[in-house]
Design a protein around this ligand. Sequence first.
Ligand SMILES: [Zn+2]
Length: 163
Amino acid sequence: MNRLWAPWRAKYIREVADKSPEKCFLCEAARMKNPEEAFVLEFSKHSFVILNIYPYNTGHLMVVPLRHIANLEELTEEEHADLGITLARCIKAIKKAYSPHGINIGMNLGRAAGAGLESHIHYHVVPRWNGDTNFMPVIAETKVVSEMLDDTFRKLKEALIEI
Ligand SMILES: [Zn+2]
């Protein structure tokens, strides 16, 4: 199934995103004229995939419902299914592009749980390698150069196209 970048979805995406608050960086990224500039990898009917520009590890991406929503339990069944399928696609792509030893998937609900953006839920997908644990805090503090993100974007985009 090819669920890659589809310009014909742009209208739907803009209609969904336009109902969202101005200051949500996820909604802003989704409704950009060229979302790739915000490192959006692909859209599906109810979700999109975007690189985390402050990655915990190389290949760290986020799977996000298109609907600006703060509570996981408010997602419809169709949205849950779409997010789940998109997560699986991303796992395949990460395995193909980076061959990690493991992958963390998680959602931070609420500020106390570490959410940087509380109002729009998103899954984090973080590739892991044996022995990287000790480097995590260092990597999190490191300023990411754009070449690195461009490289990650290209690799994951290619992997997604081939799935
Ligand atoms: Zn939003």
